[in-house]
Design a protein around this ligand. Structure first.
Ligand SMILES: Cc1cc2nc3c(=O)[nH]c(=O)nc-3n(C[C@H](O)[C@H](O)[C@H](O)COP(=O)(O)OP(=O)(O)OC[C@H]3O[C@@H](n4cnc5c(N)ncnc54)[C@H](O)[C@@H]3O)c2cc1C
Length: 356
Protein backbone atom coordinates (compact mmCIF):
# COMPACT_ATOMS: atom_id res chain seq x y z
CA UNK A 1 0.00 0.00 0.00
CA UNK A 2 1.20 3.53 -0.77
CA UNK A 3 1.50 6.05 2.03
CA UNK A 4 2.02 9.82 2.00
CA UNK A 5 3.31 10.41 5.51
CA UNK A 6 5.26 8.16 7.88
CA UNK A 7 5.04 9.02 11.57
CA UNK A 8 7.95 7.53 13.51
CA UNK A 9 6.89 6.73 17.11
CA UNK A 10 3.43 5.63 18.27
CA UNK A 11 3.43 7.17 21.75
CA UNK A 12 0.82 9.81 22.53
CA UNK A 13 2.49 12.34 20.20
CA UNK A 14 2.63 10.10 17.12
CA UNK A 15 -0.74 8.47 17.78
CA UNK A 16 -2.54 11.82 18.28
CA UNK A 17 -0.98 13.27 15.14
CA UNK A 18 -1.83 10.17 13.10
CA UNK A 19 -5.45 10.46 14.29
CA UNK A 20 -5.53 14.17 13.35
CA UNK A 21 -4.12 13.75 9.81
CA UNK A 22 -5.52 10.27 9.10
CA UNK A 23 -8.68 11.51 7.40
CA UNK A 24 -6.68 13.71 5.02
CA UNK A 25 -3.53 11.67 4.23
CA UNK A 26 -2.45 8.06 3.88
CA UNK A 27 -0.51 7.59 7.11
CA UNK A 28 2.01 4.94 8.13
CA UNK A 29 2.70 4.81 11.88
CA UNK A 30 6.03 3.12 12.63
CA UNK A 31 6.76 1.96 16.20
CA UNK A 32 10.04 0.36 17.31
CA UNK A 33 8.48 -1.56 20.21
CA UNK A 34 5.97 -4.41 20.11
CA UNK A 35 3.62 -2.25 22.17
CA UNK A 36 2.92 1.44 21.45
CA UNK A 37 3.06 3.39 24.71
CA UNK A 38 5.87 1.31 26.18
CA UNK A 39 8.08 4.36 26.84
CA UNK A 40 7.17 7.82 28.25
CA UNK A 41 3.46 7.60 27.41
CA UNK A 42 2.92 4.49 29.50
CA UNK A 43 4.87 5.82 32.48
CA UNK A 44 3.42 9.26 33.17
CA UNK A 45 1.97 10.58 36.41
CA UNK A 46 -1.26 11.16 34.47
CA UNK A 47 -2.32 14.68 35.41
CA UNK A 48 -3.44 17.76 33.48
CA UNK A 49 -2.17 20.97 35.03
CA UNK A 50 -2.39 24.24 33.14
CA UNK A 51 0.62 25.69 34.97
CA UNK A 52 2.88 22.64 34.50
CA UNK A 53 5.74 23.43 32.13
CA UNK A 54 5.37 27.20 32.51
CA UNK A 55 3.73 30.00 30.51
CA UNK A 56 5.03 28.86 27.10
CA UNK A 57 3.32 25.48 27.52
CA UNK A 58 0.07 26.71 29.10
CA UNK A 59 -1.63 27.70 25.79
CA UNK A 60 -1.19 24.12 24.49
CA UNK A 61 -2.45 22.63 27.76
CA UNK A 62 -5.44 24.95 28.04
CA UNK A 63 -6.34 24.46 24.36
CA UNK A 64 -6.30 20.68 24.94
CA UNK A 65 -8.82 20.87 27.80
CA UNK A 66 -12.00 20.49 25.74
CA UNK A 67 -10.76 17.46 23.77
CA UNK A 68 -9.42 15.87 26.95
CA UNK A 69 -12.63 16.45 28.94
CA UNK A 70 -13.92 12.86 28.47
CA UNK A 71 -10.62 11.59 29.93
CA UNK A 72 -10.37 13.95 32.94
CA UNK A 73 -11.46 13.56 36.57
CA UNK A 74 -11.30 16.42 39.13
CA UNK A 75 -8.12 16.50 41.22
CA UNK A 76 -6.90 20.07 41.92
CA UNK A 77 -3.29 20.94 42.60
CA UNK A 78 -1.99 22.62 45.74
CA UNK A 79 1.37 24.34 45.29
CA UNK A 80 3.03 24.64 48.69
CA UNK A 81 5.99 26.56 50.04
CA UNK A 82 7.85 27.55 53.18
CA UNK A 83 8.53 31.15 54.24
CA UNK A 84 11.66 31.34 52.09
CA UNK A 85 9.63 30.36 49.02
CA UNK A 86 7.54 33.56 49.07
CA UNK A 87 9.40 35.02 46.03
CA UNK A 88 8.83 31.78 44.07
CA UNK A 89 5.11 31.89 44.90
CA UNK A 90 4.96 35.54 43.75
CA UNK A 91 6.72 34.69 40.49
CA UNK A 92 4.38 31.73 39.94
CA UNK A 93 1.29 33.93 40.42
CA UNK A 94 2.76 36.68 38.20
CA UNK A 95 3.63 34.16 35.44
CA UNK A 96 -0.01 33.14 35.06
CA UNK A 97 -1.72 36.48 35.80
CA UNK A 98 -3.98 37.25 32.85
CA UNK A 99 -3.72 33.71 31.46
CA UNK A 100 -7.22 32.76 32.57
CA UNK A 101 -5.90 29.96 34.80
CA UNK A 102 -7.59 30.25 38.21
CA UNK A 103 -5.05 30.31 41.06
CA UNK A 104 -6.13 31.01 44.65
CA UNK A 105 -3.80 31.71 47.58
CA UNK A 106 -4.95 29.38 50.42
CA UNK A 107 -3.88 28.06 53.81
CA UNK A 108 -2.32 24.71 52.79
CA UNK A 109 -2.88 23.13 56.21
CA UNK A 110 -6.63 23.35 55.64
CA UNK A 111 -6.33 21.01 52.62
CA UNK A 112 -3.61 18.55 53.68
CA UNK A 113 -4.08 16.83 57.04
CA UNK A 114 -0.75 16.34 58.82
CA UNK A 115 1.10 18.96 56.77
CA UNK A 116 4.21 19.99 58.70
CA UNK A 117 3.96 23.45 60.22
CA UNK A 118 6.74 25.08 58.20
CA UNK A 119 4.69 24.71 54.97
CA UNK A 120 2.73 27.92 55.45
CA UNK A 121 2.25 29.07 51.85
CA UNK A 122 -0.27 27.60 49.45
CA UNK A 123 -1.76 28.30 46.03
CA UNK A 124 -4.65 26.16 44.83
CA UNK A 125 -5.07 25.39 41.11
CA UNK A 126 -8.60 23.91 41.12
CA UNK A 127 -8.67 22.99 37.39
CA UNK A 128 -5.90 20.36 37.68
CA UNK A 129 -7.27 16.91 36.81
CA UNK A 130 -6.44 13.22 36.51
CA UNK A 131 -6.03 12.00 32.91
CA UNK A 132 -7.02 8.49 31.87
CA UNK A 133 -3.87 8.16 29.76
CA UNK A 134 -4.30 4.53 28.70
CA UNK A 135 -7.77 5.20 27.30
CA UNK A 136 -6.68 8.45 25.64
CA UNK A 137 -3.78 6.73 23.90
CA UNK A 138 -5.84 3.68 22.90
CA UNK A 139 -8.58 5.95 21.51
CA UNK A 140 -6.02 7.96 19.49
CA UNK A 141 -4.61 4.76 17.98
CA UNK A 142 -8.13 3.50 17.23
CA UNK A 143 -9.11 6.82 15.61
CA UNK A 144 -5.96 6.72 13.48
CA UNK A 145 -6.76 3.16 12.33
CA UNK A 146 -10.39 4.06 11.60
CA UNK A 147 -9.13 6.95 9.46
CA UNK A 148 -7.08 4.50 7.43
CA UNK A 149 -3.65 4.77 9.07
CA UNK A 150 -1.49 1.63 9.13
CA UNK A 151 0.31 0.87 12.42
CA UNK A 152 3.43 -1.30 12.09
CA UNK A 153 5.04 -2.37 15.38
CA UNK A 154 8.54 -3.84 15.83
CA UNK A 155 9.42 -1.40 13.05
CA UNK A 156 12.27 0.71 14.42
CA UNK A 157 13.59 3.16 11.84
CA UNK A 158 17.16 2.23 10.94
CA UNK A 159 17.84 4.77 8.22
CA UNK A 160 16.08 7.08 5.76
CA UNK A 161 17.30 8.50 2.45
CA UNK A 162 15.63 11.15 0.36
CA UNK A 163 15.68 11.06 -3.42
CA UNK A 164 13.35 12.60 -6.03
CA UNK A 165 11.14 14.14 -3.34
CA UNK A 166 10.48 10.83 -1.54
CA UNK A 167 11.87 9.16 1.58
CA UNK A 168 13.04 5.59 1.39
CA UNK A 169 12.80 4.34 4.97
CA UNK A 170 14.53 1.20 6.20
CA UNK A 171 13.02 -0.31 9.32
CA UNK A 172 13.26 -3.54 11.27
CA UNK A 173 9.98 -4.49 9.58
CA UNK A 174 11.08 -3.72 6.03
CA UNK A 175 11.33 -0.80 3.60
CA UNK A 176 8.69 1.90 3.06
CA UNK A 177 8.43 4.94 0.81
CA UNK A 178 6.68 8.19 1.67
CA UNK A 179 6.82 11.88 0.83
CA UNK A 180 7.01 13.17 4.41
CA UNK A 181 8.77 11.75 7.46
CA UNK A 182 7.47 12.85 10.90
CA UNK A 183 9.80 12.48 13.86
CA UNK A 184 7.68 11.65 16.96
CA UNK A 185 10.30 9.39 18.51
CA UNK A 186 10.31 10.88 22.02
CA UNK A 187 13.71 10.37 23.68
CA UNK A 188 15.08 9.10 20.36
CA UNK A 189 14.10 12.20 18.35
CA UNK A 190 17.66 13.40 17.78
CA UNK A 191 18.79 9.87 16.89
CA UNK A 192 16.03 9.56 14.30
CA UNK A 193 16.97 12.96 12.83
CA UNK A 194 20.59 11.85 12.52
CA UNK A 195 19.55 8.60 10.81
CA UNK A 196 17.58 10.64 8.27
CA UNK A 197 20.43 13.08 7.67
CA UNK A 198 18.62 15.99 9.39
CA UNK A 199 20.39 18.15 11.92
CA UNK A 200 19.65 17.11 15.53
CA UNK A 201 18.29 19.91 17.74
CA UNK A 202 19.87 19.00 21.08
CA UNK A 203 16.80 17.20 22.47
CA UNK A 204 17.96 15.46 25.65
CA UNK A 205 16.27 12.78 27.76
CA UNK A 206 15.96 13.09 31.54
CA UNK A 207 14.86 10.35 33.92
CA UNK A 208 11.83 10.99 36.17
CA UNK A 209 10.86 8.58 38.99
CA UNK A 210 7.47 7.81 40.53
CA UNK A 211 6.72 5.57 43.54
CA UNK A 212 3.36 4.30 44.71
CA UNK A 213 3.13 4.47 48.51
CA UNK A 214 0.90 2.93 51.14
CA UNK A 215 0.85 5.37 54.04
CA UNK A 216 -0.72 5.74 57.47
CA UNK A 217 -3.02 7.55 57.33
CA UNK A 218 -3.99 6.77 53.75
CA UNK A 219 -4.42 9.66 51.35
CA UNK A 220 -7.87 11.26 51.80
CA UNK A 221 -9.74 10.98 48.48
CA UNK A 222 -10.65 14.68 48.39
CA UNK A 223 -7.05 15.84 48.81
CA UNK A 224 -5.58 17.66 45.80
CA UNK A 225 -2.23 16.82 44.27
CA UNK A 226 0.46 18.53 46.39
CA UNK A 227 3.45 20.08 44.60
CA UNK A 228 6.46 21.80 46.15
CA UNK A 229 6.74 25.27 44.58
CA UNK A 230 10.55 24.78 44.63
CA UNK A 231 10.14 21.68 42.44
CA UNK A 232 11.53 19.05 44.85
CA UNK A 233 8.52 16.70 44.98
CA UNK A 234 4.87 16.18 44.17
CA UNK A 235 2.38 13.63 45.44
CA UNK A 236 -1.07 12.74 44.21
CA UNK A 237 -3.86 10.65 45.76
CA UNK A 238 -4.73 7.46 43.91
CA UNK A 239 -7.33 4.70 44.26
CA UNK A 240 -7.43 2.76 47.54
CA UNK A 241 -5.88 5.60 49.58
CA UNK A 242 -2.53 5.16 47.82
CA UNK A 243 -0.21 7.99 46.80
CA UNK A 244 1.95 8.52 43.75
CA UNK A 245 5.07 10.38 44.82
CA UNK A 246 7.87 11.83 42.68
CA UNK A 247 11.12 13.50 43.80
CA UNK A 248 10.83 15.62 40.64
CA UNK A 249 14.17 14.17 39.55
CA UNK A 250 15.63 15.10 36.21
CA UNK A 251 18.76 13.02 35.59
CA UNK A 252 20.27 13.35 32.09
CA UNK A 253 20.25 9.90 30.47
CA UNK A 254 20.90 8.36 27.08
CA UNK A 255 17.65 7.14 25.48
CA UNK A 256 16.87 3.77 27.08
CA UNK A 257 14.30 1.60 28.83
CA UNK A 258 14.44 3.73 32.01
CA UNK A 259 14.40 2.06 35.43
CA UNK A 260 14.07 3.69 38.86
CA UNK A 261 17.14 4.08 41.08
CA UNK A 262 16.95 3.25 44.82
CA UNK A 263 18.47 6.62 45.67
CA UNK A 264 15.75 8.57 43.85
CA UNK A 265 12.99 6.63 45.61
CA UNK A 266 14.71 7.18 48.99
CA UNK A 267 15.05 10.88 48.23
CA UNK A 268 11.37 11.07 47.38
CA UNK A 269 10.34 9.41 50.64
CA UNK A 270 12.66 11.68 52.65
CA UNK A 271 11.19 14.81 51.04
CA UNK A 272 7.67 13.47 51.59
CA UNK A 273 8.37 12.85 55.29
CA UNK A 274 9.60 16.44 55.58
CA UNK A 275 6.28 17.63 54.14
CA UNK A 276 3.73 15.58 56.13
CA UNK A 277 3.76 13.62 59.39
CA UNK A 278 2.34 10.47 57.73
CA UNK A 279 4.15 7.15 58.06
CA UNK A 280 5.30 5.42 54.85
CA UNK A 281 4.26 1.77 55.32
CA UNK A 282 5.34 0.43 51.93
CA UNK A 283 6.67 1.44 48.56
CA UNK A 284 4.31 -0.78 46.57
CA UNK A 285 5.46 0.03 43.06
CA UNK A 286 8.03 2.26 41.42
CA UNK A 287 8.87 3.19 37.89
CA UNK A 288 10.81 5.69 35.82
CA UNK A 289 10.44 7.17 32.39
CA UNK A 290 12.19 9.66 30.15
CA UNK A 291 11.08 13.23 29.65
CA UNK A 292 12.69 14.79 26.57
CA UNK A 293 13.42 18.49 26.27
CA UNK A 294 14.78 20.78 23.57
CA UNK A 295 17.39 23.24 24.91
CA UNK A 296 14.75 25.92 25.69
CA UNK A 297 12.26 23.35 27.09
CA UNK A 298 9.61 24.16 24.50
CA UNK A 299 8.36 21.37 22.21
CA UNK A 300 9.24 21.39 18.52
CA UNK A 301 6.53 21.28 15.83
CA UNK A 302 7.22 22.02 12.18
CA UNK A 303 9.22 21.19 9.07
CA UNK A 304 12.99 21.11 9.50
CA UNK A 305 14.48 24.07 7.58
CA UNK A 306 17.56 21.98 6.76
CA UNK A 307 15.91 18.75 5.53
CA UNK A 308 13.06 18.83 2.97
CA UNK A 309 10.12 16.62 3.93
CA UNK A 310 11.34 16.08 7.51
CA UNK A 311 8.87 17.21 10.21
CA UNK A 312 9.56 17.58 13.95
CA UNK A 313 6.98 16.51 16.58
CA UNK A 314 9.22 16.16 19.62
CA UNK A 315 10.47 17.61 22.91
CA UNK A 316 7.18 17.11 24.81
CA UNK A 317 9.02 17.12 28.16
CA UNK A 318 6.75 16.54 31.15
CA UNK A 319 3.60 17.78 29.43
CA UNK A 320 3.19 15.57 26.36
CA UNK A 321 -0.08 13.97 27.51
CA UNK A 322 -1.83 17.09 28.72
CA UNK A 323 -0.92 18.99 25.52
CA UNK A 324 -1.47 16.13 23.06
CA UNK A 325 -4.74 17.22 21.40
CA UNK A 326 -3.69 20.85 20.76
CA UNK A 327 -0.18 19.82 19.78
CA UNK A 328 -1.59 17.34 17.26
CA UNK A 329 -3.96 19.98 15.86
CA UNK A 330 -1.07 22.44 15.49
CA UNK A 331 1.27 19.87 13.95
CA UNK A 332 -1.47 18.66 11.58
CA UNK A 333 -2.12 22.23 10.39
CA UNK A 334 1.59 22.82 9.78
CA UNK A 335 2.02 19.47 8.03
CA UNK A 336 -0.96 19.95 5.72
CA UNK A 337 -0.35 23.67 5.12
CA UNK A 338 -3.47 24.87 6.94
CA UNK A 339 -3.95 27.86 9.27
CA UNK A 340 -2.61 27.76 12.84
CA UNK A 341 -5.34 26.85 15.36
CA UNK A 342 -6.71 29.86 17.32
CA UNK A 343 -4.81 30.83 20.46
CA UNK A 344 -1.54 29.13 19.49
CA UNK A 345 1.67 30.78 18.30
CA UNK A 346 3.39 28.34 15.92
CA UNK A 347 6.63 30.38 16.00
CA UNK A 348 7.13 29.53 19.69
CA UNK A 349 7.52 25.87 18.75
CA UNK A 350 9.17 26.13 15.30
CA UNK A 351 12.37 24.12 14.72
CA UNK A 352 13.85 27.11 12.92
CA UNK A 353 14.59 28.68 16.31
CA UNK A 354 17.55 26.29 16.59
CA UNK A 355 18.71 26.34 12.97
CA UNK A 356 20.01 29.61 11.55
C1 LIG B 1 7.45 9.80 35.25
C2 LIG B 1 6.79 10.68 34.24
C3 LIG B 1 5.67 11.41 34.59
C4 LIG B 1 5.01 12.19 33.64
N1 LIG B 1 3.84 12.80 33.99
C5 LIG B 1 3.15 13.49 33.05
C6 LIG B 1 1.89 14.04 33.36
O1 LIG B 1 1.38 13.91 34.48
N2 LIG B 1 1.22 14.74 32.38
C7 LIG B 1 1.76 14.89 31.13
O2 LIG B 1 1.13 15.53 30.29
N3 LIG B 1 2.95 14.35 30.81
C8 LIG B 1 3.65 13.66 31.73
N4 LIG B 1 4.85 13.10 31.41
C9 LIG B 1 5.41 13.35 30.07
C10 LIG B 1 4.77 12.50 29.02
O3 LIG B 1 4.75 11.15 29.44
C11 LIG B 1 5.56 12.65 27.71
O4 LIG B 1 5.71 14.01 27.38
C12 LIG B 1 4.86 11.97 26.55
O5 LIG B 1 4.50 10.65 26.88
C13 LIG B 1 5.75 11.97 25.33
O6 LIG B 1 5.09 11.26 24.32
P1 LIG B 1 5.86 10.81 23.04
O7 LIG B 1 4.90 10.13 22.16
O8 LIG B 1 6.63 11.96 22.50
O9 LIG B 1 7.01 9.82 23.60
P2 LIG B 1 6.96 8.24 23.85
O10 LIG B 1 5.75 7.80 24.55
O11 LIG B 1 8.28 7.88 24.45
O12 LIG B 1 6.86 7.67 22.38
C14 LIG B 1 7.94 7.72 21.47
C15 LIG B 1 7.92 6.40 20.70
O13 LIG B 1 8.89 6.45 19.66
C16 LIG B 1 9.37 5.11 19.49
N5 LIG B 1 10.64 5.15 18.77
C17 LIG B 1 11.84 5.59 19.22
N6 LIG B 1 12.78 5.42 18.28
C18 LIG B 1 12.16 4.87 17.21
C19 LIG B 1 12.61 4.45 15.93
N7 LIG B 1 13.89 4.57 15.53
N8 LIG B 1 11.69 3.92 15.08
C20 LIG B 1 10.38 3.78 15.44
N9 LIG B 1 9.91 4.15 16.65
C21 LIG B 1 10.79 4.70 17.52
C22 LIG B 1 9.51 4.62 20.92
O14 LIG B 1 9.54 3.22 20.99
C23 LIG B 1 8.28 5.22 21.59
O15 LIG B 1 7.18 4.33 21.64
C24 LIG B 1 5.53 12.31 32.32
C25 LIG B 1 6.68 11.59 31.96
C26 LIG B 1 7.29 10.76 32.90
C27 LIG B 1 8.50 9.98 32.48
Amino acid sequence: MTHDIAVVGAGIAGASLAAAIGPRARVLLLEAEAQPGYHATGRSAAFWSETYGGPAIQPLTTASGAALAPYLQPLGSLHIGRAGDAPAIDTFLADFAGSGVALEPVDPAALVPGLRSDWTLGVLEPSCAYIDVARLHADALAAARRAGATLVTDAGLIGAQRADGRWRIDTAAGRFEVAVLVNAAGAWADAVATRAGARPLGIRAYRRTVAQLRTAPGAPPAMPMVADIAGRFYFKPEAGGRLWLSPHDETPTDPCDAAPEDLDVALAVDRFEHAVDWRVEAVERRWAGLRSFAPDRRPVYGFAPDAPGFFWCAGQGGFGIQTAPAAAALAAALLLGEGTPDGLDAELYAPGRFIA
